[in-house]
Design a protein around this ligand. Structure first.
Ligand code: NDP
Length: 308
């Protein structure tokens, strides 16, 4: 093995990149990040990843990918990547524990993180009724009323899922229109346990030790009212995890890495990007895995062409 590549991130994009590279006999270190396995580890059943006719649990799918990478020699590191610096024909990774490590190329697969409203009491009550993952936490809200914020596909999906547990799901939409696809809207609108609240923003989260209610605001006139709920689920989109490449790569208006079409190459030779950190359109496990494969192939070709 002559080349050394760092893969930053261990969701389907990072894992697939690591699989292809290690199988091509490239030495790969995968930096797993704060959520090893990525967003699929906080979901339950995955029904739409091809090859699993009966579905598979998200964490199990990621364990399988990890084992498959390990079989070809990819190494998994828990260390935090604090900085990424291009330097003389390669890259320095500043690691929290292991110090500076040198790599020939880097694949950025850092994914995206769920967005919060930014309210002080939302943060204080995080884990005590406030959640951004219905599939992780829905179980704890049996037979109590809860609220979901958002009007996209995530909000429809989460609200529908949460009706399995909650007595009533209040869906809070800040305008009078949904961004969700028609099929997801219809499914939510047909569900008798879901109640839509239009022109409704969350002004505050109420409760001492855990959520007891929400203060809601009508953005049209600023009027306030309280709603008694035991849980608040955020489904207002994601923010791409790009802190390592600020100032290094161009980002689009939403903060995603701007890339060339049909390629994982970035403006920095030897630095490739894949998965949700550059995809705000599809955001599926299978598309992330596919783009991880593209990044590995682009990286391998680049290594062969420039460092053989
Ligand atoms: P979206 O960006 O599509 O939707 C975000 C929603 O949150 C919008 O309704 C937005 O309102 C609202 N919102 C944003 N900020 C606030 C705020 N501060 N207060 C209140 N509401 C807010 O994100 P999603 O996560 O829903 O979806 C992302 C992508 O993933 C989409 O492409 C979607 O199709 C896909 N997806 C597909 C699924 C599936 O097919 N099974 C499931 C989940 C996601 P506004 O419209 O007013 O801006």
């Amino acid at each position: 093995m002559s080349h050394r590549v760092a893969v930053i991130g261990s969701g389907p994009a990072g894992m697939t990149a690591a699989l292809y590279l290690s199988r091509a006999n490239v030495a790969v270190d995968v930096y797993e990040g704060t959520q090893p396995g990525g967003q699929l580890t906080i979901t339950t059943e995955v029904d739409n990843f091809p090859g699993f006719p009966h579905g598979i649990m998200g964490p199990e799918l990621m364990d399988n990918m990890r084992a498959q990478c390990s079989r070809f020699g990819a190494k998994f590191e828990m260390d935090d990547v604090e900085a990424l610096t291009p330097r003389d024909e390669g890259f320095d990774l500043q690691l929290a524990v292991a110090g500076t490590q040198r790599f020939d190329a880097v694949i950025l697969a850092t994914g995206a993180t769920a967005r919060y409203l930014g309210l002080p009491n939302e943060k204080r009550l995080g884990g005590y009724g406030v959640s951004a993952c219905a599939t992780c936490d829905g179980f704890f809200f049996k037979d109590v009323p809860i609220a979901v914020v958002g009007g996209g596909d995530s909000a429809m999906e989460e609200a529908t899922f949460l009706t399995k547990f909650a007595s009533e799901v209040h869906l809070l939409v800040r305008t009078d229109r949904l961004r969700a696809s028609r099929i997801m809207q219809e499914r939510a609108q047909k569900n008798p346990k879901i109640r839509f609240h239009w022109h409704t923003e969350v002004a505050d989260v109420l409760g001492e030790d855990r959520v007891t209610g929400l203060r809601l605001r009508d953005p049209r006139d600023g009027s306030l009212r309280d709603l008694a709920v035991r849980g608040l689920f955020l489904a207002i989109g994601h923010t791409p995890n790009t802190s390592l490449v600020h100032g290094l790569l161009e980002l689009d208006d939403a903060g995603y890495v701007r890339g060339e079409p049909d390629s994982s190459r970035t403006a920095v030779p030897g630095l490739f990007a894949c998965g949700d950190v550059k995809d705000h359109v599809y955001r599926q496990a299978i598309t992330a895995a596919g783009s991880g494969c593209m990044a590995a192939l682009d990286c391998e070709r680049w290594l062969t062409a420039t460092k053989a």
